[in-house]
Ligand binder design. Structure first.
Ligand code: FEO
Ligand code: CA
Ligand code: CA
Length: 561
């Protein structure tokens, strides 16, 4: 398989636009507008600060190509690939500013039977799922590639309709393991799911991360050893809340929990074994001074690790070194079976170690973190920001953002300093930070994720629905979290992603009405968003969708009035 090499784009993909000609052009063009932040609210709507328009681009079930493939369910991470004369160009290039078409990669994390086909499944009070219902769910996860176009009339981005470049990758797509590696006796996996957050490589591919993989085909203990011909199904543990697919379809759990690399132009994909297997939230890429890729990622688990991966060569993630963070001592620990005696005692070989990356990290002395989720790099300083969502097991209900500063500002460094940058809670007005995105001037935008059944209860009382916040980099409100938008009932905003000119923020509205109940054999919906006449919303049924926020205030350059 040929993936695009680093040379296809050079350094342009890697740099931020902050100090560049592009950055200056954007700063000059930026509109200055003050705004009044939103209070905590409970509305069943996408509510924004004044002056922002919300366009729905596409929602679950919309047909994307002539093959009849559909936009998936529970859209999450979004990546923007500007298209110029049929080529993908770097998002930070001047060319990108002129692009009138683009490809979006969009993750589809989980199915939700009650909102899709009306059956929540046997673990939620419904009947067993039929084979057709399971297949519908399999086709609804993974990722979508969709072409969007910018109107010459109003300069707004819209879904471009059915197109040959629009594709789906789902739980049914055959995906090889990178490096020709066999995992549990197979060099390919059937499908991808649990696709939560992700990243974009300097060479123009997307990284989509398999997070809560065990909810589909369960998991195996770290001590399990695969023996060809043995019945591995007998060893699988399914969690209490799983999707009830296994009566119809069952694949080896080792095939999931990876970072998957996808070429957005061709849809070709591969699972990156060298980066390890965990509850992989995201994979955020930067380029080191010697051209190698460095990837930071969270492992969203109570007691999960923060990982760093350094590629062996520039432009390719199929080989490299995996590290886990010892946050207490400020050091990166190499997870090498060969070089670490403690890991040799715990694991049979490097592949066995990689299959159990969190256990390996903890065995080697890495710090158990409070649900490390998204990671973003500051566009001007390179500092690494990590959302630690929460951990009720340790009475950490509101989470925080951790800032890691590599020694010498070098992503290849083996030492760092770590500090809490901002903590959630009643005083700061936000809770459970999850997805992050910086604009070029260093304003940090983040979304929050309080679990649907915890919203407005206990420690979360008074903190409202989930939302989109900004922490301005400068001005009177610098360092404060201000609510820019509020999500519909039981929904979570995910995947915030800017257009090249930063005038549009693409955002996923995930799982509105997630806690809808099944009563007397019928769904009773707790949300009706968007309920605007769409096929899926006209009957009052909630529907996840991708929205574009237009005219978001550029808060870095203004004072709050
Ligand atoms: Fe899918 Fe950890 O959020
Ligand atoms: Ca997340
Ligand atoms: Ca989340």
């Amino acid at each position: 398989m040929q993936f695009l090499g680093a040379s296809a784009f050079g350094a342009a993909f890697a740099g931020s636009g902050g100090g560049s000609a592009l950055g200056m052009a954007l700063l000059g063009a930026g509109k200055k507008r003050s705004f009044e932040p939103l209070p905590a609210m409970a509305d069943d709507a996408v509510v924004t600060v004044a002056g922002v328009d919300v366009d729905i681009l596409i929602g679950y079930g919309d047909i994307i190509n002539d093959a009849g493939e559909k936009f998936g369910f529970n859209n999450d991470f979004i990546a923007f690939f500007p298209l110029v004369r049929g080529r993908v160009v770097p998002v930070n290039s001047v060319e990108a500013l002129e692009a009138r078409e683009a490809l979006l990669w969009v993750n589809h994390e989980t199915p939700l039977g009650i909102l899709m086909h009306g059956n929540p499944g046997p673990l939620r009070g419904g009947p067993p799922k039929t084979a057709d219902q399971v297949r519908e769910e399999q086709l609804a996860v993974g990722g979508s590639i969709i072409r969007i176009v910018r109107s010459t009339r109003d300069n707004r981005w819209r879904f471009g309709g059915r197109h040959v470049l629009n594709r789906r990758i789902s739980a049914l797509t055959e995906i090889p393991f990178a490096g020709d590696v066999a995992i549990a006796g197979s060099k390919t996996a059937t499908g991808t799911f649990g696709n939560c957050a992700g990243g974009v490589t300097p060479w123009g591919t997307v990284l989509t991360c398999e997070e809560n993989y065990r909810e589909f085909y369960g998991d195996l203990d770290a001590g399990y050893d695969f023996k060809p011909g043995s019945d591995w199904r007998k060893h699988v543990r399914l969690p209490e809340w799983e999707h009830s697919w296994t009566p119809h379809v069952f694949h080896h759990p080792w095939h999931y929990g990876w970072v998957v690399e996808v070429d957005p132009l061709t849809g070709r994909s591969r699972k990156l074994v060298a980066m390890g297997r965990a509850d992989r939230e995201c994979a955020t890429v930067t380029t080191a001074r010697d051209g190698r890729a460095v990837v930071y990622s969270g492992d969203d688990h109570r007691g999960g690790c923060i990982f760093k991966f350094i590629s062996r060569i520039p432009g390719d993630l199929s080989e490299g070194d995996l590290y886990a963070a010892d946050v207490d001592r400020g050091r990166w620990i190499l997870l090498s079976w060969e070089k670490n005696p403690a890991l040799r005692r715990n694991f049979r070989d490097q592949t066995h170690l990689l299959l159990n990356a969190r256990a390996a990290g903890l065995a080697a002395g890495a710090t158990a973190m409070d649900r490390p989720e998204d990671v973003e790099l500051h566009p001007l300083t390179g500092a690494v920001f990590i959302a630690l969502t929460n951990n009720p097991d340790r009475d950490n209900h509101h989470g925080s953002l951790l800032k890691i500063e590599e020694a010498g500002g070098d992503p290849l460094a083996m030492e760092f300093t770590a500090s809490t940058w901002i903590a959630g809670g009643k005083e700061t007005g936000f809770t459970c930070p999850d997805n992050l995105v910086f604009d070029r001037t260093g304003n940090l935008f983040f979304t929050t994720d309080v679990a649907k059944d915890k919203l407005h209860h206990g420690p979360y009382q008074g903190l409202g629905n989930n939302g989109l916040f900004v922490v301005p980099a400068t001005g009177r409100e610098a360092g404060r979290a201000l609510r820019l938008a509020s999500a519909p009932v039981e929904a979570e905003f995910t995947g915030p992603c800017f257009s090249p000119d930063e005038k549009t923020l693409f955002l996923s509205v995930q799982h509105p009405g997630e806690y809808s109940q099944f009563v007397d054999g019928k769904p009773r919906f707790s949300s009706s968003w968007p309920n605007n006449g769409r096929d899926t919303g006209a009957d009052g049924k909630p529907c996840p969708a991708l929205v574009a926020l237009q005219n978001l205030p550029l808060v870095g350059s203004l004072s709050h009035s």
